[in-house]
Design a protein around this ligand. Structure first.
Ligand SMILES: Nc1ncnc2c1ncn2[C@@H]1O[C@H](COP(=O)(O)OP(=O)(O)OP(=O)(O)O)[C@@H](O)[C@H]1O
Length: 272
């Protein structure tokens, strides 16, 4: 029998800022090749958990392993790409092209201010194509929309061939119409390139059509499993987690109908 490879193993992890416990006894194993949507309300500890995975926070209890190695001694950071919502902050005057920004993803490998070889340049172009931004290769980053900028940051993370890509609220500031294209691109990276993805979001509805697995966090891990198990149990889970605040989980579940009355029938996890 083939053993499952886990990219991330979280074993009994707790974390507190001073006296405030933010994460409590989290157990979680993320198999290679999965696309995990990590959701939870504001302040539920999502970003804190990501910082633990990246070794930026030390757990109070328990341990984190990356590719089978404790994060404390993990060195192979080029296997991991990270894109945060704050990446998306270039103003229109910023004097760098898409090509240059994506090249920065290689500096860990080639050293800052070294010349890029032809091979490196090919890699940069390939990463830009993967996020479907080839038409903007030499455009200034500051002139692009929020969603386009986020694609460029993903390309910058992809250029060093990561096996795991972590995205913390990448669609903040991306207009609604671009969000589904953005998620489709992520799904393609997962299925075609086999990159394991962790997508942090407080918007459950928008991502469930794209991910393979879902984790729901609110200090404790309320659920972690594949998407179909999640969909069977989601009403209970969401009302336990979000109470009566369903505004953030509205979602047009139906792909074939676009009239508003119909959409409204498909609000998920509705609690009245
Ligand atoms: N550096 C810090 N010092 C003290 N408290 C913090 C710090 N960072 C986060 N917190 C607190 O820890 C809790 C969890 O925050 P965290 O940012 O992990 O949640 P989140 O789920 O990512 O939230 P959001 O969706 O709003 O980004 C919150 O109550 C927050 O106020």
């Amino acid at each position: 029998m083939k053993e499952t490879n886990f990219v991330v193993e979280v074993e009994g992890v707790s974390f507190a800022y001073r006296q405030q416990t933010v994460l409590e006894d989290i157990h979680m194993r993320i198999p290679a090749g999965s696309f995990l949507g990590l959701c939870g309300p504001n302040g539920s500890g999502k970003s804190t958990l990501i910082k633990l995975l990246l070794g930026l926070n030390r757990p109070v209890d328990g341990q984190v392993k990356l590719f089978g190695t404790s994060v404390k001694s993990f060195k192979n950071w080029s296997k991991i790409g990270f894109v945060s919502q704050k990446a998306n902050s270039f103003n229109s005057g910023f004097p760098a092209t898409v090509f240059e920004v994506v090249s920065m993803g290689l500096y860990g490998k080639v050293g800052l201010f070294r010349f890029l070889t032809k091979k490196h340049k090919e890699k940069v172009k390939e990463a830009i194509k993967q996020v479907d931004m080839q038409d903007f290769m030499y455009a200034n980053i500051g002139e692009l929309s929020g969603g386009q900028q986020q694609r460029v940051f993903i390309a910058r993370a992809l250029v060093s061939d990561p096996e795991l890509l972590i995205l913390d609220e990448p669609t903040v500031g991306v207009d609604a119409k671009s969000v589904s294209n953005f998620y489709t691109m992520l799904r393609d990276l997962n299925t075609n390139k086999g990159i394991t993805l962790i997508l942090v979001t407080h918007d459950i509805g928008a991502m469930t059509d794209y991910v393979t697995d879902v984790a729901c966090l609110n200090k404790c891990l309320h659920f972690h499993g594949n998407k179909s198990d999640f969909e069977e149990n989601q009403e209970e889970m969401l009302s336990a987690m979000y109470g009566h605040d369903v505004s953030m989980i509205e979602h047009n579940h139906d792909h074939h109908h676009h009239d508003h009355h119909h959409d409204h029938d498909h609000v998920r996890g509705e609690v009245r």
